[in-house]
Structure formats: C-alpha cells, structure tokens
Ligand binder design. Structure first.
Ligand SMILES: CC(C)(COP(=O)(O)OP(=O)(O)OC[C@H]1O[C@@H](n2cnc3c(N)ncnc32)[C@H](O)[C@@H]1OP(=O)(O)O)[C@@H](O)C(=O)NCCC(=O)NCCS
Length: 577
C-alpha cells in the first residue's frame, strides 16, 4: 500500500500538450504511472505520446470511464478554471504544479473541492511519489533517477512516509534516507504557498492509517501552524507512529519571508523555536541540522525493529530492476498489472511494453504484432534454422537446439534490422544539415541518398536492409509500410521510413532496383517508433523462436539422427494456402 497514488490509479494530465505537460507525462509513464489521457481546450481529438487528448475534463472522464487523479501542468493564470473543471468532472485528487497561483484563486479551488469532496495537493507542488508504484508531477525527474533515489518497501513490507514543505528537499530527504538504508512508502510535497490543499496534518493522518508506513518524516518550515497542529495530533493520540522532523528557517526573525510564500513568521507565531518545542513536547524527534535527519530516522526505526529498514546484507546486496515487480498474489510488468493486461493486450504490445516501459496504443500494438508475425519463419534455409536442425539431429534437446538457432542470429542474419536502422539514422543526420521546410528537407534527403548510392556503387559495399537473395519484391515490406502509415508513422523526410524510401528511389534512378527488404522496413519502423536500436536483434529473436521450435520438433520427429542436411535440396510438403 501507499498513500494517495499507486500504479492502479487512473491519471490524466491537464495541459498535456504544453512543454512541461508533455515532458513530464513521458517521465510519469516511464516510471509506471497509469496516465490514461490529457486535457487541453481546443486540442481534443489529438494525441500526445499515444494518449488521447480531450477538450474538457468532463469529456475525458466520460471517455476514459472515470479518473482518479489529475495533474495540472496549466500555468497559474488558468489554474482556477482548470482545477474547478476537474473537480466538477468528479476527479477525486488534483495535483496543482504551477507556482504563482493567486491566493484568492487557491481559496476558490479549495471551496469547490470541499463542496464536492475532492482533495488537492499544491499549488506550487513538485508532486507525489509512491516509490516502486507511481509518481505524479515533477518529483524525481527521470524514471531511472527516481527509481535509484527513492527506495521502495519490500513486497508486503513497510517504509517511512515523507511530508515536505519544500520541493527540492522532499527529494533530498527521500534520497538521504534511502542512502542510510531506509525504505519509503510515499513522498508528498504539499507545496510552499500560503493557501494549500492537503496540509501536513492531513497527510500525517493518511500515513497514520497506511499499513505500509511505519514512521513519518517531516521537512517543515517556519510560518503558519501546520507543525504545531501535527504536534497536537501526536499529543492527543491521533498520530501514534513515530514522527521525525527537521524545521527549516532557524535563522529567520519576525517579518522575514523564508523562500516560500507560506514560510513567514508573524509576531510570535510560526517561529522555528515554537515549532520545535511543540513537536518535542508532544514526543516527536526533531533534529537541528538537516544532515542529522537520516540517522535520526534510522535510530527511531531500529528501536522499533522496523521493516522499513534494510538489513546490512540487503544494503550491500541491493541491485534494482525496473522490469517486473513480484509480490504475493500480484505480478506487475513495467508497473502494469499482468492479470489485467491478459486478454486485453496483444503479444506485440506486451513486447513493446517490456522493452520500452511504455504501453503502446492499439495501432502501434498492431504494428508490433505485424513485425513479430513477419519474422516468425523464413523456411529451411536461414542459418538459424539450419543450426537448430543440425544440432537437433545429434539428439540434442529442444532447448539446446533452439539455443543453437538463436546463437546464429548475428550481424548478417537478423542483425540487419539494427544495422539498417543505424544506417538510415546516419543518412537522416547528414540530410538534416540541408535546407529548411518540408521541400528543402526532401531535397536534402534525396541528395544524400543519391550520393550514398554513387558511393556504394564504386565501393561495392552492401547496405543493410536493401535487396534480398530470394525476393525481388518482398511481400512483407509493402504490408509493413501500410501498417506503419495506419499507426501514424508519416514516412516524411525526417523519418527513417522516409530515408529508406529515398535510398530505394536513388537505386531505381541508376537502373539498379534494390528494394527495401523486410529487415530494412522493420528497422525503419522500430526506429521511427522511438525504440532503442540495441533491442532490435532481440525483437528478431523473439519473433523467430516459434519458427525454430517448429523446425526442431519436425527434425526430431520426422528425420533420422545425424542425417546430411542439404539446405538446397528440400521440398515443402505442408498445406498450400
Ligand atoms: C505549470 C507550468 C509548468 C506550465 O509551463 P509550460 O509547460 O512551459 O507552459 P505551456 O504554455 O507550454 O503549456 C501549458 C499548457 O496548458 C494549456 N492550458 C491552459 N489552460 C488550460 C486548461 N484550463 N486546461 C487544460 N490545459 C490548459 C495551454 O493551452 C498549454 O498547452 P499548449 O501549449 O498546447 O497550448 C508553469 O507555468 C509553472 O508554473 N512552472 C513552475 C512549476 C514549479 O516550479 N512548481 C513548483 C515546484 S516546487
């Protein structure tokens, strides 16, 4: 468990088409957050990162069948209208990222949220993280860093809950606690403004009720009464879990504003000394220096023999994987529950998910399926098939024989996909130095392609992804292009598909038709989907494995051991389709 967010919560992004909205949506998806769509007025019907964009929250909620969380990357001037729209549409939790939201607007948002039973975090918040499960907002940055910095509880285990009034320090608190061997259940940056949605006491109450939270860590500040209210909750038993706190702003005197709008001392209230005293008196642990916080947290957890603490052996042995999370009765691949993907997602889409961490839309899923289908087998002559059959004929097991086939997938067999993608990428790079605009880009690409073809003609070099030893018109290529276009890959002059076509045209122009083969087409498509070329040969292996299994079983059941395998003299005797 975690508070407020986890991988099951359906999240939309308001302002998804904006600069931060787009960039942060990608990072949230990479981490495993279940972002299902976005809202920007006037941009309904478009897509961002394969997610549908709606004109309003009401339209998003209706189409997506309910939404749990909305993250608002809407600038301060539009925040009031956008937040009220989300609340009215029935979204239960809002995360208001923008800074400089007028106090009056924040009060109006609060009033409407109260009226409709919705909650919000911010304004001026970095967001929320439930390590290992989901992040919303800007917290943690790149998914890799968020995974490295915020140590999640072990499956079924516990962590500490972090509440912070400072954005940057919420990540630092989690990071340094992690370095000291402390696991984290959730991190909430409540925001630094004077008028806030969830405040320290609200979040503390959530952590108190959360089974996965063992202790509460607070990064407080001078100003306001949130820390004093928390002290009251501890004193009267509403918070029983240990609280460890650091209060920033010790040096500030009355009237000083300390970095955030809400951090201001008025008269005698909200002072550093007053907050520390109230918390200490109530029984919380406070530290004078931020650097002492992690050790204080470790001390408190050790005294309770808490499961939030890593053992020394665990700390030494820690290595992390971001691929699949296993816990009792639950399996989540890249943050997506496997049982809910089964029957709904094609195998191609699942391959895309596990290799990239991103769930593709239906059309891209179909394209991935087509790629896998296109390479499932290519008869008895490819080296992988011959290797698998030869090894099978010696009496080797299925796994040994299939492994032999896989071992023969290399640069000149299967590996042409990666080489072709890299080659087309280099062509594109050279063409990018050419003229501007669509026509300029096309002319630059054609010029580079013509120069390439002339170079290859004199050097005699083979270009990966073009031509075939059997086919003059590979039947798989045309179909691949058709599906790529259906999946929204435009094949324009800036794309790998566009570069492949330009090379093909340039060969035709010198009277030497050398069509793109299926490897070239797959390489171009995968590169245009933004996938890492290092996985391309792997995709070929995944696709070819069923074919190899079929050949090995046929070899073992139909043929004599140690037969002489002549790839040329074989005949097909299966059904004719
Ligand atoms: C919120 C913020 C990140 C937006 O910045 P940005 O992404 O650069 O802004 P952009 O103008 O590119 O994008 C905003 C988008 O919201 C959209 N938008 C405006 N009103 C909207 C509404 N009511 N609903 C949905 N979207 C809306 C805009 O149309 C725009 O999208 P577009 O570019 O496709 O037209 C920025 O204003 C901000 O406050 N930054 C500081 C954040 C911060 O530091 N927080 C505290 C951390 S401690």
């Amino acid at each position: 468990m975690a508070i407020l967010i986890d991988e099951t919560k359906k999240v939309i992004v308001q302002g998804i088409t904006g600069r931060e909205g787009q960039a942060r949506t990608r990072l949230m998806l990479d981490y495993g957050t279940r972002v299902v769509g976005g809202v920007t007025p006037g941009k309904g019907g478009t897509e961002v990162l394969g997610l549908p964009v709606f004109d309003s929250c009401a339209a998003a909620v209706a189409a997506l069948g309910g939404v749990d969380v909305s993250v608002l990357f809407v600038p301060a001037s539009g925040m009031r209208a956008a937040a009220i729209e989300a609340v009215d549409a029935g979204v239960g939790l809002l995360v208001l990222v923008a800074d400089r939201v007028p106090v009056w607007d924040a009060m109006e948002i609060a009033a409407r949220a109260r009226e409709r039973g919705a909650r919000f975090v911010g304004p001026n918040t970095l967001g929320i993280a439930s390590p290992g499960r989901a992040v919303v907002g800007m917290i943690g940055g790149r998914a890799e860093s968020a995974r490295e910095w915020f140590k999640p509880p072990l499956p079924g285990g516990t962590g500490v809950g972090i509440i912070s009034r400072s954005g940057g320090m919420s990540s630092s608190t989690a990071y340094y606690c992690g370095q000291a061997g402390v696991r984290i259940s959730s991190i909430v940056h409540i925001g630094g403004d004077a008028v806030l949605g969830l405040r320290i006491p609200d979040v503390a109450a959530l952590f108190e009720a959360d089974q996965a939270t063992d202790a509460i860590v607070v990064f407080g500040e001078i100003g306001g009464s949130q820390e004093e209210e928390l002290a009251e909750m501890i004193a009267d038993g509403r918070v029983r879990k240990p609280v460890v706190a650091y209060i920033g702003g010790k040096a500030a005197t009355a009237g000083t504003r300390f970095s955030h709008a809400g951090a201001i001392i008025e008269g005698n209230s909200g002072t550093h000394a007053g907050k520390v005293e109230a918390l200490r008196r109530a029984g919380a642990t406070t530290v004078d220096a931020f650097g002492d916080l992690p050790e204080a947290v470790v001390g408190v957890l050790r005294a309770r023999a808490s499961r939030s603490l890593m053992t020394e052996a665990e700390r030494r042995a820690v290595w992390t994987t971001a691929i699949t999370r296993i816990e009792p009765n639950r399996v989540a691949v890249r943050g997506k529950d496997i049982a809910s993907l089964m029957g709904r997602m094609s195998f191609g889409a699942a391959v895309h998910l596990i290799l990239t961490g991103r769930l593709p839309d239906e059309r891209v899923g179909r394209l991935m399926d087509a790629i896998l289908v296109s390479s499932i087998d290519h008869g008895a002559t490819p080296p992988s098939c011959l290797a698998a059959r030869t090894v099978a004929s010696t009496g080797a097991s299925l796994s040994q024989s299939v492994a032999a086939g896989i071992l023969s997938i290399n640069r000149h067999h299967g590996g042409a996909i990666e080489d072709a993608a890299r080659y087309l990428g280099a062509v594109l790079q050279r063409a990018a130095a050419g003229g501007g605009g669509e026509a300029g880009a096309r002319a630059a690409l054609d010029a580079v392609a013509a120069a390439e073809v002339a170079r290859v003609k004199t050097s005699g070099e083979r270009i990966s992804g073009f031509g075939h030893r059997v086919h003059t018109k590979d039947p798989r290529t045309a179909r691949m292009f058709e599906l790529a276009s259906e999946a929204g890959l435009d094949g324009g002059p800036g794309s790998h598909l566009g570069a492949a076509r330009a090379i093909e045209r340039a060969f035709a122009a010198i009277g030497k038709p050398l069509p793109i083969n299926v490897d070239g087409a797959i390489g171009a498509v995968l590169a245009d989907l933004g996938m890492d070329p290092r996985v391309f040969n792997g995709i070929f292996m995944i696709a070819r494995t069923p074919g190899l299994v079929a050949h090995v079983i046929e070899e073992q059941t139909r043929e004599k051991p140690m037969r002489r395998i002549d790839p040329v003299n074989h005949a097909y005797d299966g059904p004719v389709g």
